[in-house]
Every structure is written in structure tokens, then in C-alpha cells.
Design a binder for this molecule. Sequence first.
Ligand SMILES: CC(C)(COP(=O)(O)OP(=O)(O)OC[C@H]1O[C@@H](n2cnc3c(N)ncnc32)[C@H](O)[C@@H]1OP(=O)(O)O)[C@@H](O)C(=O)NCCC(=O)NCCS
Length: 161
Amino acid sequence: MKNIELIKPSAEHGMPVNQLVASCPPLDTNSVYCNLLQADHFSETSVSAMLEDRLVGFISGYLIPNRTDTLFVWQVAVGEAARGRGLAKKMLSSVLERPACSDVAYIETTITQSNEASWALFRSIAKQLDAPLEDTVQYDKDSHFQGKHDTEFLVRIGPFQ
Ligand SMILES: CC(C)(COP(=O)(O)OP(=O)(O)OC[C@H]1O[C@@H](n2cnc3c(N)ncnc32)[C@H](O)[C@@H]1OP(=O)(O)O)[C@@H](O)C(=O)NCCC(=O)NCCS
């Protein structure tokens, strides 16, 4: 992880986030406007990994409204060249260490069944936090996506300190 800096995103990161996510299948791409809002409004609970002035990793996250003990991890993207060196885990740990997350005792995310890298990442995070991990169906292929997207399983990790 030499030379990679983990920082709070700013609006200038919206466009690079859009490009990074597009280069990280199977992530769904969002509009640039959505990525601008993630980088700007959710900066306290999101993180950009910078290699010099290049964005090589990004986590979009937010505290769930009315359940502010829970950090929802929207997307995790690590550019191919930076993978396999613990960057995704480090990025998430750095968000959890922020004052904005001082009351956070749970992480939630959703994962499709076939995304092995994502399951491995969140299982590894649960282990690191020494916390239980539960999974249940959150958004169903037929009832929520009209058959056009695989079922998203809710992964809930916690409670942890
Ligand atoms: C998933 C992703 C974010 C992992 O980034 P990374 O920086 O390489 O992950 P880390 O090095 O922090 O690895 C974390 C754990 O996941 C495991 N892991 C990572 N990629 C894996 C893969 N492709 N297959 C199996 N396990 C994997 C690692 O072995 C590690 O486990 P360990 O801590 O028990 O050793 C990255 O591969 C990516 O951006 N993929 C495309 C987008 C995506 O699927 N994002 C996740 C959905 S939110």
C-alpha cells in the first residue's frame, strides 16, 4: 500500500469515481450526478484511495437514516492494479475509525450470490471485527427487480466495538 493515501472524498472525485466503478465489473454504474453526491454529501462516511493524484479505490457509505449505529456500504471499488493487497479492508477500517462513525456498531451491505470477491471481503471484515455475519434476502430478483437483476442479499455484520 506504499504511497496510497486514504482521504475523505470531495466533489472533484465524482467523475473519477464514475470511471473507476465502470472499470470494476460486476458493480452497477450510477450517473455521474449520483457519484458527485456520494463524494460530496457522504464524504464523512466514504473514502477515496489516492495514488498520487489518481483515484485507485473508493467506498461509498452512509449512516442509515434513523439507524445511525449502522454504516451502509453502498459500493466498494478497487482498481485492478491495486487489488489483492488489503486495500478494500484498509479503506473500510479507515471509515470506521472516523468520528462520524463513533456510534457505529453494525455494517450492512448487499451482495449478489455470485460476487465471490465481495463475500470474501465482508467475511474477512467480520472476522477482523470479531463480529457475527448474517445474510438474508433484501431485494429480490422478481419482486424488486422485475427479473432484470440478480437478488441482492443483505449482509449484516455486528454488533462490534
Ligand atoms: C472486491 C474488491 C473491492 C476487493 O478489493 P481488494 O483490495 O483486492 O480486497 P482486499 O485485498 O482488501 O481483500 C479482502 C479479503 O477478500 C479476499 N478477496 C479479495 N478479492 C477476492 C477474490 N477475487 N476472490 C476471493 N477472495 C477475495 C481477500 O483474500 C481478503 O481476504 P483475507 O483478509 O481473509 O485475506 C475488488 O476486487 C473489486 O473492486 N472488485 C470489483 C468490484 C466489486 O465486486 N466490489 C465489491 C462489491 S461492493
